[in-house]
Design a protein around this ligand. Structure first.
Ligand code: DAH
Length: 338
């Protein structure tokens, strides 16, 4: 029996030493110390011993069991420690990886043109004025000398709201609001959103304009041409040719349309300028005395000019954009280029 116990102890200690996992060690504990385990089996044999043999063997059984339990406990603790160390190692996060930067937005080409045009006119002594997008008929049409039957008042072009209110069809009503608020001299530009009931490849129901107005004593058509030449040269380059063609607007007399030499072909003629060599970029003229009458300015004492341009068109020419819809789709692949 003594021999059996010693054999069992040696075998057990060896098995414990070679076992590396928690599961394996638990298995060993059951086969040795469990209710049907090997050591438990041996202990049942104690009954067949003589009274003299029993105490010494009993002691041996206890010490073998203590030894096995001690070895199992130590091995289990170290196996659990290894398991934890392995988990810590495998779940480790590498905080040295560079982060992902948030994408930085860019300014929309429409905003860029408004800023650039505003800066050029600021240099010529103009300040920025604003007006409402939901406008009264009187400011949008009446005070600007649109006769009641004028085609621009037609339902085709204007979004009417109610009670003579409408979405402004141009930025020209800001002229009226400014002159009602202040006496001459006046030098303002008014950038803003305008609306017309029109939508195709070259028209959007919402677009942008910049209005300009200069009123003072002795302002002439020569001043108009001079200021607009300085402006177009600064915006499109020093050598850009400028020409004025006679035109008609209800609120200016005389009126002109202003062309620049085609920025694509330089004036030789191409698809963009329809072979004319010129591109129309704005409307302008000397403010009509009828307009002064509506704002109680004395047309005998003062004179002035006004002009208006479409920002989408300027942006398309300046940046070589072929389809106006690109300006409204807000595709970041397009916008990031500016
Ligand atoms: N308001 C005009 C339009 O929407 C543009 C314009 C033309 C404005 C001549 C002016 C001007 O101030 O003098 O087409």
């Amino acid at each position: 029996m003594r021999e059996q116990l010693e054999q069992l102890r040696n075998g057990a200690l060896q098995a414990i030493e070679t076992a590396t996992t928690v599961e394996k060690l638990q298995e060993i504990r059951i086969t040795l110390l469990g209710r049907k385990g090997e050591l438990t089996g041996l202990m049942k044999g104690l009954g067949s011993l003589t009274a003299e043999e029993r105490p010494a063997i009993g002691q041996l059984v206890n010490s073998v069991r203590d030894e096995i339990e001690g070895a199992l406990g130590a091995a289990l603790a170290s196996a659990q420690e290894n398991l934890m160390a392995e988990r810590i190692r495998s779940e480790r996060i590498d905080i040295s990886l560079p982060g992902r930067r948030p994408v930085r937005g860019t300014k929309h080409p429409i905003s860029l043109v408004i800023e650039e045009v505003s800066a050029i006119f600021a240099g010529l002594g103009f300040s920025v004025a604003e007006g409402p997008e939901i406008e009264h008929d009187w400011y949008n049409f009446e005070a600007l000398n649109f006769p009641p039957e004028h085609p621009a008042r037609d339902m085709q072009d204007t979004f009417f709201v109610e009670n003579s209110m409408l979405l402004r069809t141009h930025t020209s009503p800001v002229q009226i609001r400014t002159m009602l608020k202040q006496k001459p001299p006046v030098r303002i530009i008014a950038p803003g959103t305008v609306y017309r009931c029109d939508s195709d490849a070259t028209h959007s129901p919402m677009f942008h304009q910049i209005e300009g107005l200069m009123v003072d004593t002795g302002v002439t058509f020569g001043d108009l041409k001079g200021i607009l030449t300085v402006f177009t040269n600064q915006l499109f380059g020093q050598k850009t040719g400028v020409r004025l063609r006679p035109s008609y607007f209800p609120f200016t007399e005389p009126s002109a349309e202003v062309d620049i030499a085609c920025v694509i072909c330089g004036g030789k003629g191409c698809r963009v300028c329809k072979n004319s060599g010129w591109l129309e970029i704005l409307g302008a003229g000397m403010v009509d005395p009828e307009v002064y009458r509506h704002v109680q300015y004395d047309a005998e004492q003062i004179s002035g000019f006004a002009f208006g341009m479409g920002i989408e068109r300027i942006a398309m020419l300046k940046y070589g954009i072929s389809d106006m819809r690109l300006l409204f789709e807000n595709d970041v692949r397009f916008l990031r280029q500016f």
